[in-house]
Design a protein around this ligand. Structure first.
Ligand SMILES: Cc1cc2nc3c(=O)[nH]c(=O)nc-3n(C[C@H](O)[C@H](O)[C@H](O)COP(=O)(O)OP(=O)(O)OC[C@H]3O[C@@H](n4cnc5c(N)ncnc54)[C@H](O)[C@@H]3O)c2cc1C
Length: 380
């Protein structure tokens, strides 16, 4: 693969900057108050170097980078061991939705503070009765003067415990059919009528929250697209959430490289079964990398890319799990160490999170249904 000189130059600039700025010791978990604040400061540092959202236009804090440049940025970012992205739901899920469906006023108002992580965003889609069956949403948006009143309950909202704002789908016309009468709205997590209740996850930290809404006022300016058109817009959001945008190949290249390093340090060369799993992990990460570059060069030409984000989602989530399972098997009894015990302990933390990959952003069973019906054309 040959890259343009511009891309090569950009890669070198990013690598140099990261080598100078990435903290020497990993930041505390993003799901703690201290860790969240430190990740927020890191994002501000990235933004000051215009590296928080390289693919955005310069007017919003980006560099107008091409998709290939963005993939290259991601490779360097994860290879450098840089911190997780505390505003990932904003940068990689909401922002692309706004580029597709937001107004010029919304882009100008929302994107710059998002890039600087002055406003960290949470996604408020799931409800106790609406996960895979997202069209089962019952939280309501009732019309009022100048805007909407939101009521209901959202759940599993990542980072909502500490985040500033959220975006979600609300039923604005209860009489309309399940996929109709939904409106896509943004709201302040500290507004009157909002109660955020943290949920402790498997590692004991409040990585999620439930959000209770009691007649929370949202102005018309914070509706994305037309009222009632939320389902169509939400489906465009899922393309970004499931595909390259949220989970770029660079992430998995970096974790596969760490697995190879672990194998070289402690692997038993006579254990060919485990050696093959390490090789498979590398091949999987490399295949996803090449798939990413192929998608990036076809994205404008190939309209069916959208449905294929489901393919990417199944692939990266199962790859991540396989890499982590292989690492834990390699570590043997040491697999039980946690992050605070040094680099080997990061594998168990990573594994706990990788286990969630086949669930979040739409379960893999649902992605396989989508692939069967929309890509392969199988009967429902
Ligand atoms: C780490 C993590 C982070 C998350 N972050 C967020 C967030 O920030 N914001 C947010 O809104 N939500 C978030 N979620 C919630 C996530 O989107 C839901 O958990 C997911 O959509 C599944 O919904 P559910 O939990 O209600 O399970 P259910 O929909 O009840 O599914 C239960 C099981 O049944 C299977 N199933 C359901 N329907 C079908 C079908 N038609 N065909 C075949 N199998 C089916 C599912 O695959 C699953 O195995 C997060 C979840 C996790 C694990």
């Amino acid at each position: 693969m040959d890259f343009d000189p511009q891309v090569v130059e950009f890669r070198a600039e990013v690598a140099d900057w990261l080598a100078e700025h990435v903290p020497d010791t990993p930041l505390p978990s993003i799901d703690t108050a201290e860790g969240f604040a430190l990740h927020r400061s890191w994002e501000a540092e990235l933004a000051a170097a215009r590296l928080a959202a390289v693919s955005w236009p310069a007017e919003y804090g980006g560099r107008g980078a091409s998709l290939v440049q963005w993939l290259v940025f991601e490779e360097e970012y994860w290879a450098a061991g840089a911190p997780g992205r505390v505003n990932q739901n904003g940068l990689f899920v909401l922002a692309p939705t706004l580029f597709g469906h937001g107004t010029a006023e919304q882009l100008a108002r929302i994107l710059p503070p998002m890039a600087r992580a002055e406003q960290v965003w949470a996604q408020a889609w799931s409800e106790p009765g609406a996960g895979s069956d997202l069209a089962g949403i019952r939280s309501r948006a009732a019309r009022t003067e100048g805007g909407w009143l939101l009521s209901g309950q959202k759940t599993w909202s990542s980072r909502a415990t500490f985040a500033d704002r959220a975006f979600g789908l609300f039923r604005s016309d209860p009489a309309a059919g399940r996929h109709h009468g939904l409106t896509y709205l943004m709201f302040d997590l500290r507004a009157d009528g909002v109660t955020v209740r943290p949920i402790l996850q498997l590692d004991g930290e409040p990585g999620f929250a439930e959000i209770f809404l009691d007649e929370v006022f949202v102005p018309d300016a914070d509706v994305i697209g037309e009222p009632g058109d939320g389902w169509r817009i939400a489906m465009s959001t899922t393309e970004h959430e499931r595909g390259l945008s949220l989970r770029s190949p660079g992430r998995f290249m970096a974790v596969a490289a760490r697995l190879i390093d672990l194998w070289q340090r402690i692997g038993d060369p006579t254990d060919t079964a485990l050696a093959n799993r390490v090789v498979d992990a590398w091949i999987g990460a490399r295949a996803y990398q090449l798939h990413g570059f192929r998608m990036a060069s076809r994205v404008d030409a190939d309209a069916s890319v959208a449905a294929r984000s489901s393919l990417a989602k199944v692939f990266w989530s199962e790859l991540d799990l396989a890499i982590h399972e292989t690492a834990l098997d390699l570590l043997g009894p040491r697999a039980e160490l946690r992050g605070e015990c040094g680099p080997d302990g990061r594998w168990l933390d990573g594994y706990l999170f990788a286990m969630a990959g086949p669930i979040y952003a739409g379960t893999n069973e649902i992605q396989r249904n989508i692939l069967a019906e929309r890509v392969l054309g199988l009967p429902r």
